[in-house]
Design a protein. Structure first.
Length: 317
């Protein structure tokens, strides 16, 4: 390195006075322009990344609000069924014969639940699991023994009947809400209300973001991944992130997250390379500006040095 600098100094000392002037004027004119260009580039890049993060947060918040609205609709439906006195009377009644029981189920319970499914066509299943029956009736009523081995059943045992818990089975692509039925418990009967829908329809909003080249992960309260989506507009071979990488962060990606009313955490990420593509026009403009400045500086340095040196040359003559 020292040899390099010594060589540069020697070359500079051996240069003619006019060449030294030209080189000096050139660096005085071009170095500030290059520094200004680099500063503008860095600032522009940071502003674009910050703006993209805000856009991602806005997109995510809007989608989560839509999801929360959907969940709220199903929660209201769950409240209606859980505190419905007609359902409590039909399900909790001590029937003397199977004929009377079947008659009440088909004439009262089935039409009520069927009408609700008609108005909420995303619902695949509405089932009441109760300790008051050992006979399954279509998909509307079943024994509580059927669900006792389900992992979620133990989680809701100590729940207040007002608490509605949401779960997702990603393998079977279904989402469902469950709760204890207070109207039945008041009569000493154990009852669980189960509402099921397709997880794809529940999370459909996240596959329709106006943004492009993005990825989505949703995890439940236990940290388990329950949904993922990768935009089809993503370029082939483009790097993607796992859920764990989203949690840890990656400087090559813009990553935002937010929680839903169901307790799920949604992660949205987008590669910074997509953002950088939008500033190539700025980079090109800066490069052209620097080239123009170099040409102007070179011409100006040549002209000025020629004027200053010409008199010295005349004196020598």
């Amino acid at each position: 390195m020292r040899k390099f600098w010594k060589r540069c100094k020697k070359i500079y000392r051996d240069m003619k006075y006019r060449q030294k002037l030209m080189l000096t004027y050139f660096f005085i004119g071009i170095v500030p322009v290059i520094l200004l260009g680099l500063f503008c580039f860095v600032q522009t890049k940071n502003i674009l990344i910050e703006r993209e993060n805000k856009n991602l947060s806005a997109y995510l918040s809007q989608s989560i609000n839509n999801l929360d609205n959907q969940i709220e609709i199903y929660n209201n439906l769950s409240d209606y069924l859980s505190y419905n006195q007609t359902i409590s009377n039909v399900v909790g009644y001590d029937y003397k014969s199977n004929f009377d029981m079947y008659d009440q189920y088909t004439k009262v319970l089935d039409p009520l639940l069927s009408s609700l499914r008609y108005f909420h066509n995303d619902l695949n299943k509405i089932t009441i699991y109760t300790s008051n029956t050992s006979v399954r009736h279509d998909t509307t009523l079943d024994s509580i023994d059927v669900i006792k081995k389900e992992p979620w059943f133990q989680k809701i045992q100590k729940n207040n009947p007002r608490i509605i818990s949401w779960f997702v089975d990603s393998k079977k692509k279904k989402a469902f809400s469950v709760r204890n039925m207070q109207s039945l418990e008041e009569n000493g009967i154990k009852g669980v209300l189960y509402l099921e829908m397709g997880s794809d329809s529940l999370f459909e909003e996240f596959s329709k973001l106006t943004n492009t080249n993005y990825g989505i992960y949703i995890q439940d309260e236990d940290g388990k991944q329950i949904f993922s989506y990768r935009d089809k507009g993503a370029e082939e071979g483009e790097k993607t992130l796992s859920l764990e990488q989203c949690k840890m962060g990656d400087q090559n990606f813009a990553i935002v997250n937010e929680k839903t009313t169901a307790g799920w955490t949604v992660w949205l990420y987008k590669p910074n390379s997509v953002i950088y593509n939008s500033i190539w026009s700025i980079i090109l403009a800066l490069v052209l500006m620097v080239i123009v400045c170099i040409i102007i500086s070179a011409v100006a340095a040549t002209a000025v040095s020629k004027v200053l040196v010409s008199r010295i040359v005349k004196l020598k003559k």
